[in-house]
Structures are given as structure tokens and as C-alpha cells.
Ligand binder design. Structure first.
Ligand SMILES: Cc1cc2nc3c(=O)[nH]c(=O)nc-3n(C[C@H](O)[C@H](O)[C@H](O)COP(=O)(O)O)c2cc1C
Length: 353
């Protein structure tokens, strides 16, 4: 029995080694976008955050979030909550609904959530966090990923302590976002703490924070003990980041190639949401949201990256694109630009460039 348990643990830990994962993201991790990232090579995809108590109550809002596409293997379902038995039941339902792994969210910084003890609030109550992990571990057999931050605030950095406790409680891997709850996105991610965590536990640790270029990835893999990385905003700005990280070289798509990516996204989104009037309204809403990230894409060179060191490029807005009007359109920050691109996407005959 004990050796079976050990074998399961080894296999579950191996599941997370060496991965380049798409982060769990509310709104951003919608099914069509996950498919696009998968096509570009994401190893793991994950649902948006699902509230355990709502799922267990049968709330209709959470149900669509459980859906995965057949190409999403392996697919994780992320749950967040504050009560061990409810988390356990939600995890059971997640697995019943096809989760290949379960991700526990102890990183969500949103006020209304942490006030209820959900998300990053657990970093302040390690006993409660351990009880939630143990309950979920008892309830499901699939690999268990625990997502944490470096701590609650800069004077309360406790990721190493939390990680050691999480591993003992049954986590198969950790994903560490290198910021505190109070920092939100104000600071560059702290990879020193991520590395300390990775060296303190014998389960794989995935590093998360500010991965935008191949050079970020190479540096973090070379200089820290992480077993893999998780990309969030980098994947929202350029879904092809997975191809770059896999190939180990930058891909600077031409304007025509970027239109190709946009069209592929449009196909996937209309397939999912529908291309009737109602479906297109939803696709438009998602398009405008995504364009808020896509327009930030720049073909950064190694020189740009070196010049930003030790800061990270993702944290800084630059001077903007070159003179090419098509590039300027794709990089436009105004809603008027975004609506022009949308109109072109709707006009399927438009050459784009
Ligand atoms: C739009 C958006 C939604 C997010 N939603 C979630 C979420 O539902 N669950 C979660 O654990 N993290 C969520 N995050 C945090 C990311 O998973 C990630 O930890 C964070 O953005 C740092 O990674 P990055 O520097 O690569 O962006 C979200 C981030 C963004 C940008």
C-alpha cells in the first residue's frame, strides 16, 4: 500500500516536470483562447478560477468553466475556497468533469475573495491551507498543483514555510507567483524567493512571473531550481510565446502572420460561442478584452531585453511600434483602433494587410 502511494506520488510529480504551462486566468483562460495557446505548444492548460462553494451548490455560472476541448490534454481545473470539505467535494466534481489535474488557488488577491478567506488569504492561515490540501488529497487521485504567492506582504514573505507544509500535506507540485498579495503587479516578480522555494521542497516547483521572452525563460531555467514555468500575461500578449519558449528562439511574426493568428482566434471563438448574432456579440466582447493585451505586443530583441535588465520588459510600456500603418493599427491602444480590427475580422474577405 505504502509503495503504491509512493509510486502514485512519483508519477504525479513527474507530470509537472519540464512543463511550459498556460496560467489559470479568469476571462483570459477562456476555452477558445486556451485552444489557441495549445496549438502554439502550451503543455498544460487550466480552467479559469472556479469557486468551490458555488460549484458544490450547483451554480449555473460555474458549470461552463468546467468545459474543456478534446485537444486540451492534460487539462486542469482550478478551484478556490476556504472550507476543507467544500474544497474536497469541488475537487471530486472537477475530476468527474474531466480534470486531469486539480489546481488549488491560494494566490487570488481580490478583496472580496480574501475577505472571505479565499485565495491568498490562506497564506496568512497555514493551518487552514494545510487542511484544505489534505482534504483534497484524500478526495482525489489526480495530480495536485498548489498555487501560491511569495507571501501576503513584503514583511510577511512565507512562501518557503507554506511550500514545505503544502508538500507534506500532499501537493504534487507548486506553482509560485513571485509577488505578494499586496504587491499585485507593482513590482517585478521575485525569482530569488521562487528559487528558494524550489530548493526547499522535493516536489517540482513551477516559476511564475514576468515570462515574456525566450531570454526570460532561459535565464530562469538556468539560474533557478524551478522544474518548469507558467506564463500568464505573456501568453495574453502573444499566444505564440509557447512556440518561442519551446524552440528556444524568438518568433517575430510579420503583420500578415499576426492577422493569421487573429483569424485563427476568430475561428476558434466563433466555433465555441457561435457565429449568429448572439454568438458574435460574445465574440466581440472577448475580442475587445483580448485586444487590450494583444496591442501590447512588440518584437523585442535581445538588446531590448538586456537594456531592461534587471527589470522585466513585461512590466514596462515602451515607445510604441514603428512607422508602418498596419503595425501601428495592431499596436493601437484606443478602442477606435480595436473596433477597426474587429470590423476587418468580421469582413471575412478583407485581405487584412
Ligand atoms: C487576466 C488575468 C486573470 C487571472 N486570473 C487568475 C485566476 O483565475 N487564477 C489564478 O490563480 N491566477 C490568475 N491570474 C494570475 C496569473 O495566473 C499569474 O499568476 C500572474 O499574472 C503572474 O504571471 P505573469 O507575470 O506571467 O502575468 C490572472 C492573471 C491575469 C492577467
Amino acid at each position: 500500500m505504502a509503495s503504491l502511494h509512493r509510486l502514485r506520488r512519483i508519477a504525479a510529480c513527474d507530470f509537472f516536470r519540464g512543463v511550459i504551462a498556460l496560467a489559470p486566468m479568469a476571462m483570459g483562460g477562456n476555452l477558445p483562447y486556451r485552444r489557441l495557446c495549445k496549438e502554439f505548444g502550451a503543455d498544460l492548460t487550466c480552467s479559469e478560477m472556479i469557486l468551490a462553494h458555488k460549484l458544490v451548490k450547483g451554480s449555473r455560472r460555474e458549470l461552463p468553466l468546467l468545459r474543456k476541448h478534446s485537444t486540451e490534454t492534460p487539462f486542469g481545473i482550478q478551484i478556490a475556497g476556504s472550507k476543507p470539505p467544500i474544497m474536497a467535494e469541488a475537487a471530486r466534481q472537477a475530476v468527474e468533469n474531466g480534470a486531469d489535474y486539480v489546481d488549488l488557488n491560494f494566490g487570488c488577491p481580490i478583496d472580496v475573495m480574501v475577505r472571505k478567506g479565499i485565495g491568498a488569504a490562506a497564506l496568512k492561515r497555514p493551518g487552514r491551507l494545510v487542511a484544505m490540501i489534505e482534504a483534497v488529497r484524500e478526495a482525489v487521485d489526480v495530480p495536485l498543483l498548489v498555487k501560491i504567492r511569495t507571501g501576503w506582504s513584503e514583511d510577511k514573505i512565507n512562501a518557503v514555510d507554506i511550500a514545505v507544509k503544502a508538500a507534506a500535506a500532499g501537493a504534487d507540485a507548486l506553482s509560485v507567483h513571485g509577488r505578494t498579495r499586496e504587491q499585485r503587479y507593482r513590482r517585478d516578480a521575485d525569482w530569488v524567493v521562487i528559487d528558494e522555494v524550489a530548493r526547499s521542497v522535493d516536489i517540482p516547483v513551477l516559476g511564475n512571473g514576468d515570462i515574456l521572452t525566450v531570454w526570460d525563460h532561459q535565464k530562469r531555467r538556468a539560474e533557478t531550481a524551478v522544474a518548469g514555468v507558467v506564463a500568464a500575461r505573456g501568453a495574453l500578449i502573444k499566444p505564440w510565446i509557447f512556440r518561442e519558449l519551446k524552440d528556444g528562439e524568438p518568433w517575430h511574426p510579420t503583420v500578415a502572420e499576426r492577422w493569421g493568428v487573429l483569424r485563427r482566434w476568430f475561428e476558434l471563438a466563433t466555433e465555441h460561442f457561435g457565429d449568429d448574432e448572439q454568438g458574435l456579440e460574445r465574440v466581440e466582447r472577448f475580442f475587445l478584452w483580448h485586444q487590450g493585451f494583444w496591442h501590447r505586443y512588440r518584437p523585442h530583441t535581445h538588446q531590448d531585453w538586456l537594456a531592461a535588465q534587471p527589470g522585466s520588459l513585461i512590466q514596462h510600456r515602451d515607445d510604441g511600434p514603428g512607422d508602418d500603418p498596419e503595425e501601428r493599427l495592431l499596436a493601437g491602444a484606443d478602442e477606435a483602433d480595436h473596433r477597426l480590427i474587429w470590423a476587418r475580422l468580421l469582413d471575412r474577405d478583407h485581405p487584412g494587410v
